[in-house]
Design a protein around this ligand. Structure first.
Ligand SMILES: *[C@@H]1O[C@H](CO)[C@@H](O)[C@H](O)[C@H]1NC(C)=O
Ligand SMILES: *[C@@H]1O[C@H](CO)[C@@H](O)[C@H](O)[C@H]1NC(C)=O
Ligand SMILES: *[C@@H]1O[C@H](CO)[C@@H](O)[C@H](O)[C@H]1NC(C)=O
Ligand SMILES: *[C@@H]1O[C@H](CO)[C@@H](O)[C@H](O)[C@H]1NC(C)=O
Ligand SMILES: *[C@@H]1O[C@H](CO)[C@@H](O)[C@H](O)[C@H]1NC(C)=O
Ligand SMILES: *[C@@H]1O[C@H](CO)[C@@H](O)[C@H](O)[C@H]1NC(C)=O
Ligand SMILES: *[C@@H]1O[C@H](CO)[C@@H](O)[C@H](O)[C@H]1NC(C)=O
Ligand SMILES: *[C@@H]1O[C@H](CO)[C@@H](O)[C@H](O)[C@H]1NC(C)=O
Ligand SMILES: *[C@@H]1O[C@H](CO)[C@@H](O)[C@H](O)[C@H]1NC(C)=O
Ligand SMILES: *[C@@H]1O[C@H](CO)[C@@H](O)[C@H](O)[C@H]1NC(C)=O
Ligand SMILES: [Ca+2]
Length: 574
């Protein structure tokens, strides 16, 4: 299905315009009439009507952007927006915003971009990362009522009634429509012929990473390359585990002052820094840290934090209870029979989910229900709101039940861990997948588990090393030393971040340059600007020669530490 019938319909419809001459400047290209003429016809996707009167165009020049996801750049583009609707749904309207580079800068590339949390786009933040590489770049509002409306605001029609169109749009349908419509418009507006190759890329992190996988898993032959950071997939497990830290606190009846947990993180970094062979206040081997460092040794160390907005100054010594809370969180969710349900963040990750709140009346720290975890339960399990007011009666076994019932209820929509990527692979697609080693919102092991699922499902007859090698030819996973959730980390400022992924992906797809290691840059601190390379799983980084040479090594013990037997779940969890 690479060249469906509608492609030639669209090209024919555009012929009149092409004859009149393809626009050669941004100003010529960026008019309502040119864009209207380049829209694909309404029958292009069955059940979709494009509102050609809704087209807006605006030339934007000399616009500067900086981001951790692309190098700083100043760009010119045409800002195009238009609306379409799904036939048979009253009042339905979906908005697309597409930034078109000037014709002389266009390099036959399309980029789809995603969102974060319950957002399906990142506003103006992601589109520059395509335009600067000559890609027409697009985002969608998902039909949720505007680009700044998140899916959660449209998910309930009434209490008890889920909006299934919103669910499916958020899960994968909106991105499918964005890429089909965006690519067709791009081909037409730049006068590309049927035989011209339009390279199709995806870039997104967190929920945006899940959205990327939703496309790669279902519409594999639509993509040449997907850049996916820390994806929020395995949805029912991922969202529910946000509440695990709270239930640990409740079960152990101890609500640590934030400063105490901060101290545990700092001492863990100090203790594990050198395990990677380089003393640089970056823990590149959180696997060895998990295996070889016992955080009990931190008990009794004094901590002190100044007062800041809403929180008083905190002084004390790390308590046995504080250590027990931290250890139980790192150990991951187990049910009442001691069987493993899920896994947790790596040591050195901040304890964000365990954040407590101060009661100035009592002078005590108490429960602060994690917003993302609470929202999943209120919105998609209870279906009657977006916040959870209480965790009364909730136990480790309740969390297990929510993970398993959610696996079933959202298997075909939000779960997003379908492990057979054969169509994508057969079409020549490439994936760069990365995940911060100190991610405090999505466990790093969540990404490792998925890569391993794809490996074992797609190469069932090969041994570990040969299947890993085969998968790495087209899907590579890198952990990012010191990085937090889809970002650099102030607690380990000397860590690298892969800022040039789009350039690396283009080199891989279009020039065959395999990213054996992933290009990364230190983006803050005293070594700002320094280049570092990230190892591809299952190899792990190890510095030698007093921290001057990095190698990517095979270490069975480390690899094994990332693999979990979820024996409390009576189903495969990919
Ligand atoms: C482009 O923007 C920069 C600052 O962002 C400004 O210094 C420069 O004059 C602008 N150039 C043009 C042609 O507008
Ligand atoms: C693009 O155009 C739309 C519609 O006019 C507008 O709402 C949006 O703010 C514009 N975006 C930029 C970055 O100019
Ligand atoms: C659901 O109920 C809550 C409070 O009971 C109310 O605030 C909210 O607006 C209701 N949501 C919808 C979609 O009706
Ligand atoms: C942890 O280290 C950071 C610097 O990386 C510092 O700002 C913070 O105060 C430390 N926290 C504690 C509790 O010592
Ligand atoms: C906490 O200790 C610091 C010194 O580390 C001191 O300046 C501060 O007054 C103490 N605060 C409280 C509330 O005891
Ligand atoms: C603080 O504690 C008091 C006394 O137990 C209680 O009445 C109040 O609701 C608490 N405040 C918050 C914000 O939890
Ligand atoms: C939402 O539904 C749950 C489960 O039925 C119920 O326990 C809870 O009280 C409801 N919350 C609201 C605000 O209606
Ligand atoms: C896999 O390859 C590594 C070297 O890359 C080697 O050390 C290891 O023994 C191999 N494992 C097996 C099972 O062959
Ligand atoms: C790799 O990153 C460095 C900065 O660390 C940058 O100068 C270089 O252009 C990048 N390489 C690619 C292929 O983007
Ligand atoms: C190792 O490197 C550190 C700084 O990175 C330096 O202080 C130390 O002298 C070096 N040791 C040797 C033996 O070269
Ligand atoms: Ca180190």
């Amino acid at each position: 299905m690479r060249s469906p019938a509608w492609a030639s319909i669209a090209i024919t419809a555009f012929a009149a315009l092409a004859n009149a001459g393809t626009p050669s400047t941004l100003a010529e290209l960026c008019t309502d009439s040119i864009v209207k003429a380049a829209l694909p016809p309404s029958e292009f996707i069955k059940g979709i009507t494009i509102d050609s009167d809704s087209v807006t165009t605006e030339v934007v020049t000399n616009s500067s952007f900086s981001s951790e996801f692309y190098p700083s750049a100043t760009i010119d583009y045409c800002n195009v927006t238009f609306a379409y609707s799904h036939d048979g749904i009253d009042g339905d309207q979906v908005l697309l915003e597409i930034w078109l580079p000037a014709p002389t800068n266009f390099k036959n590339r399309w980029l789809s971009t995603g969102g974060g949390g319950y957002a399906i786009n990142s506003g103006d933040q992601s589109l520059p990362g395509g335009v600067m590489y000559g890609a027409a770049s697009g985002m969608t509002d998902g039909g949720f009522g505007g680009f700044s409306n998140n899916a959660d605001t449209a998910m309930l029609l009434a209490n008890g009634t889920l909006n299934y169109e919103t669910l499916y749009m958020f899960a994968y349908k909106a991105h499918r429509e964005l890429s089909l419509l965006g690519k067709a418009l791009t081909r037409n507006v730049y006068g590309m012929s049927d035989s011209d190759k339009l390279y199709a890329y995806y870039q997104g992190c967190s929920e945006g990473g899940r959205e990327g996988w939703s496309q790669v898993q279902r519409f594999g032959d639509e993509w040449d390359g997907a850049i996916i950071g820390a994806p929020a997939f395995r949805w029912s497990f991922q969202q529910t585990q946000h509440l695990y830290s709270n239930i640990v606190e409740k079960t152990l009846d101890y609500y640590p002052p934030p400063c105490e947990l901060d101290k545990i993180v700092n001492e863990t970094i100090a203790a594990c820094d050198a395990m990677d062979g380089k003393v640089d206040w970056v823990v590149a081997r959180t696997d060895l840290c998990l295996l070889d460092f016992d955080i009990s040794t931190i008990e009794g160390k004094p901590y002190s934090c100044a007062a800041s907005r809403g929180t008083p100054a905190q002084n004390g010594t790390v308590s046995a209870k504080g250590i027990e809370v931290a250890k139980t969180i790192i150990n991951g969710l187990h049910d009442s029979q001691g069987r493993r349900v899920y896994f947790s963040y790596q040591p050195t990750a901040a304890f964000d989910d365990a954040e407590t709140q101060y009661n100035s009346t009592t002078g005590q720290w108490g429960l602060d229900i994690d917003q993302l975890g609470g929202e999943y339960i209120a919105l998609l399990v209870d279906k009657n709101g977006t916040t959870l007011d209480s965790l009364d009666g909730i136990t480790y076994d309740t969390l297990k039940d929510w993970m398993i019932s959610g696996l079933q209820e959202y298997y075909s929509t939000l779960q997003t861990t379908w492990p057979d990527l054969t169509p994508f692979h057969n079409a020549g697609g490439k994936v760069i997948h990365f995940h911060g080693d100190a991610d405090f919102s999505i466990p790093t092991a969540a990404s490792i588990r998925y890569w391993e699922s794809v490996r074992s499902i797609m190469y069932p007859n090969k041994d570990y090393n040969s299947s890993a090698e085969a998968l790495n030819e087209w899907y590579r996973l890198y952990t990012v030393p010191g990085a937090g959730h889809c970002a650099t980390n102030d607690a380990m400022p000397n860590g690298p971040f892969p800022q040039t992924n789009m350039a690396v992906m283009i080199d891989w797809v279009e020039n065959g340059v395999v990213p054996t290691t992933l290009n990364a840059t230190v983006l803050q601190g005293e070594n700002e600007g320094q280049n570092q390379q990230l190892c591809a799983w299952p190899l792990r980084p190890l510095w030698t020669n007093n921290g001057t040479t990095m190698e990517c090594v095979y270490n069975q013990r480390s690899i094994d530490s990332w693999h979990y037997d979820l024996d409390a779940v009576p189903m495969p969890v990919y």
